[in-house]
Design a protein around this ligand. Structure first.
Ligand code: NAD
Length: 497
């Protein structure tokens, strides 16, 4: 019988107060029940906040280098268990093992980066405008961070949020996606094993509309970090705005790859296949628009369709699989809806456009890699996030048109430009309106030690990863020490006399 999992609240593994659970099933074969996870409610969130307050008292006074040491041990344990965690993540999320191993590696990199940040967390010391006066800033913890994560990176995204939040001295409450709860369970076990004081972390499983909403609305949670769809992010943004909470939003994308007529087409082909169909198109950075220069359009498209048709669908645990299933039936139905919309608006379906069938694929939520040509920038499949293996190809006449089309959507996460012209590459870096631009590489592939995030309706100005995320999870405090022994008035008694 499948195991019934618990929340981690108040320093112990506990059943949800609701008594309810959510089944977690393998998207490649829904008959495979991974476990039952808590369907928590407001009472569970209340208990988590009460405990996290105690955790914060202890952890915020622990020296940052010591906090970093815990995260170094977390990195070591993740390294030791990389394969086991990747297998668990593939089983509940669907993407192929090579990708979930990458997902865990991102967590390892994030842990080691955080460990060393414990010996930096720089403030500034600057000259005062007054004599015999010292002026400096330092960074201090904020309190309890409420973290809400999506399904597509079951390990990496929780670590992007938890590790910097913890390093900065905050207590954390994580509400992982109800579609991939097992991976976060394994991560919390590792945090505890690495020596994190138990009440510093709380794991509250459950649905967004109940557990997630209660966490966002709780007045005892001053910091919220959310990754997920733009629709959910808007909702969370309204609540946090009203309650004056610090909020980081990482949301949807509609990422374009531009292939110019001087591009290395072999390289671009590898790039677009990986960008569009890796993770079954379920990446915030997935390539969902291909802007193809008219001079290479027809021959590139022929090769693309041939290669997309050759991709092997299957269970991500099978080493021969290129493309796994979608996360659930609702996601597949959304893809089907958009394929119908594409056809109705006059785009030409070149491959895919149907479910995976047969004994091997019929059980799971499989959908064939799909390519539409003849797409206009105004078509809905060129503007809206589908979050599946669907690529919309738009014919372009030149760079200016490519920039206009790339920038003409409400999202702004990543873009890719394939060209051998160095001047054009630098133009692209400046003018493509995204948080990330890749030259001669696909729209996916962020590295853990660089800031990650998007502009426009993809984000709200904060970044995850790299050095910038540490600003989000810490409060800057400024201290002045006047050792002159006299009252010195700033702006009045300064050196100007
Ligand atoms: P989602 O918005 O459905 O859910 C994300 C999380 O929010 C889940 O944990 C869910 O339970 C929770 N949630 C839902 N409603 C809530 C509410 N009312 N209050 C509080 N929490 C709530 O997203 P998803 O389907 O899990 O993930 C796919 C989306 O995530 C895509 O739009 C994708 O582009 C985006 N994404 C963005 C990034 C990025 O960094 N920009 C990274 C990965 C995924």
């Amino acid at each position: 019988m499948a195991k019934t999992f618990k929340n981690f609240i108040g320093g112990a593994w506990v059943a949800p107060a609701t008594g309810q659970h959510i089944e977690n099933r393998n998207p490649a074969d829904p008959a495979d029940l991974i476990g039952r996870f808590p369907d928590s409610g407001r009472v569970d969130v209340e208990a988590a906040v009460r405990s996290a307050r105690r955790g914060f008292e202890v952890w915020s006074r622990t020296p940052a280098p010591a906090r970093g040491d815990v995260l170094r041990r977390v990195g070591d344990l993740l390294t030791a268990r990389k394969d086991a965690i990747a297998a668990a993540a593939t089983r509940e999320m669907g993407k192929v093992l090579a990708e979930t191993r990458g997902d865990v590696q991102e967590g390892i990199d994030t842990a080691y980066y955080a460990a060393t940040e414990g010996r930096r967390l720089f403030g500034h010391t600057v000259p005062s405008e007054l004599r015999s006066k010292w002026a400096m800033s330092y960074r201090r913890p904020i309190g309890i961070a409420g973290l809400i994560t999506p399904f597509n990176f079951p390990l990496a995204i929780p670590t992007w949020k938890m590790f910097p939040a913890l390093l900065c001295g905050n207590a954390v409450i994580i509400k992982p996606s109800e579609d991939v709860p097992h991976t976060t369970h394994l991560l919390v076990e590792i945090l505890l094993e690495a020596g994190l004081p138990p009440e510093v972390v709380q794991l509250v499983h459950g649905r967004g509309a109940t557990a997630g909403k209660a966490l966002v609305e709780h007045p005892g949670v001053p910091v919220v970090s959310f990754t997920g769809s733009t629709a959910t992010g808007s909702f969370i943004g309204e609540t946090c705005g009203r309650m004056h909470k610090r909020l980081s939003l990482e949301m949807g994308g509609k990422n374009a790859m531009i292939v110019m007529d001087d591009a290395d087409l072999d390289l671009a082909l590898d790039g677009v296949l990986w960008g569009a169909f890796g993770t079954t198109g379920q990446r915030c950075t997935a390539t969902s628009r291909l802007l193809l220069h008219r001079k290479v359009h027809d021959r590139f498209l022929r090769r693309l369709v041939e290669a997309a048709n050759a991709l092997r669908l299957g269970d991500g645990l099978d080493g021969k699989t290129d493309v796994g299933p979608l996360i659930h039936e609702a996601a597949r139905q959304k893809v089907e809806r958009y394929v119908r919309i594409g056809l109705e608006q006059g785009a030409e379906l070149l491959c895919g456009g149907r479910r995976g069938t047969g004994a091997r694929l019929g059980k799971g939520w499989f959908y064939r890699p799909t390519v539409f040509a003849g797409v206009k920038p105004s078509h809905r499949i060129a503007r809206e996030e589908i979050f599946g293996p669907v690529l919309s190809v738009i014919r372009i006449s030149g760079f200016e048109e490519a920039v206009r089309i790339n920038n003409g959507v409400r999202y702004g996460l990543s873009s890719a430009l394939y060209t051998r012209n160095v001047n054009l590459a630098f133009e692209g870096m400046q003018r493509l309106d995204n948080g990330i631009t890749y030259i001669n590489a696909p729209t996916i592939g962020a590295e853990a030690h660089l800031p990650f995030g998007g502009v426009k309706q993809t984000g709200n100005g904060h970044r995850e990863g790299g050095w910038e995320v540490y600003d989000f999870y810490s409060e800057t405090k400024v201290c002045y020490v006047d050792y002159s022994g006299t009252l010195q008035r700033a702006q009045i008694d300064n050196y100007r006399g």
